[in-house]
Ligand binder design. Structure first.
Ligand SMILES: [Zn+2]
Length: 229
């Protein structure tokens, strides 16, 4: 098989995978903790999101409630803000953070925020590449067809680029969220600190994912150059 043992890169990759798991755990525990902390205003997240959108000239943008846990997202094609059941009607500092973060993505879209444009243009290739790259790489190694492996590595690099440009988009949406929540007087400074913890934990999962992918890419390149020589 294509198993090429490269000690250090393997240890680094394992460390990144553990880090990623820790990040996932951290975000769910932080979210559950602050989903129980209600803001002093007691206003539900859908209301706050509505007002943030209105403030930013997005009064016509609909907000819908959807099924699922933390399925919240802004849909740039349908131009709709969708909030999950647990967030929509909740007045918790966590829910407000999530709702305001998604409103932040809507603002990015409305003003043509460049990193978002780049990210959205990469979605199809990233979606295709995340599966196709591994198939090409594994089949390529089994068949000894290094051209296929190379193509797989190139596709995988596109996925990594996608994950990298996702970072500024996510960080920016969270800083817009905190500014809107504080600026609009929806949360006081103590509550902002709590909301920030939730959003930072979420952002860290993206950073960990990038790290895992970068190390996987590094390993693939090492394995490939090992095979070629
Ligand atoms: Zn986001």
């Amino acid at each position: 098989m294509y198993y090429y043992y490269n000690g250090w890169s393997w240890v680094l990759l394992l460390a990144a995978i553990i880090l990623s798991a820790v990040a996932q755990f951290k975000v769910s525990s932080t979210y559950s903790k602050y989903a129980k902390v209600y803001s002093k205003s007691q206003r539900p997240a859908c209301d706050i999101a509505r007002q943030i959108l209105n403030f930013n000239g997005l009064g016509n943008l609909p907000i819908q409630q959807i099924e699922g846990k933390l399925t919240d997202h802004y849909d740039p094609r349908a131009k709709v803000l969708r909030l999950s059941k647990g967030v929509y009607g909740s007045p918790s500092v966590a829910a407000l953070g999530v709702a305001a973060h998604e409103a932040g993505h809507a603002m990015q879209d409305a003003e043509g925020y460049m990193p978002l444009k780049i990210r959205n243009s990469l979605i199809p290739v990233a979606r295709f590449g995340s599966t196709a790259s591994w198939i090409l790489i594994i089949v390529g190694f089994i068949m000894g067809a290094l051209g296929l492996v190379q193509l797989g590595i190139i596709l995988f690099s596109c996925v990594v680029v996608f994950q990298l440009v996702t970072l500024p988009v996510e960080f920016n949406a969270s800083s817009r969220a905190l500014a809107s929540l504080e600026g609009g007087g929806f949360l006081d400074s103590g509550e902002i600190v709590q909301t920030k913890k939730v959003l930072s934990a979420a952002a860290f999962t993206y950073v960990a994912a990038v790290l895992v992918s970068l190390l996987q890419l590094l390993r693939l390149i090492l394995i490939f150059s090992g095979r070629r020589s």
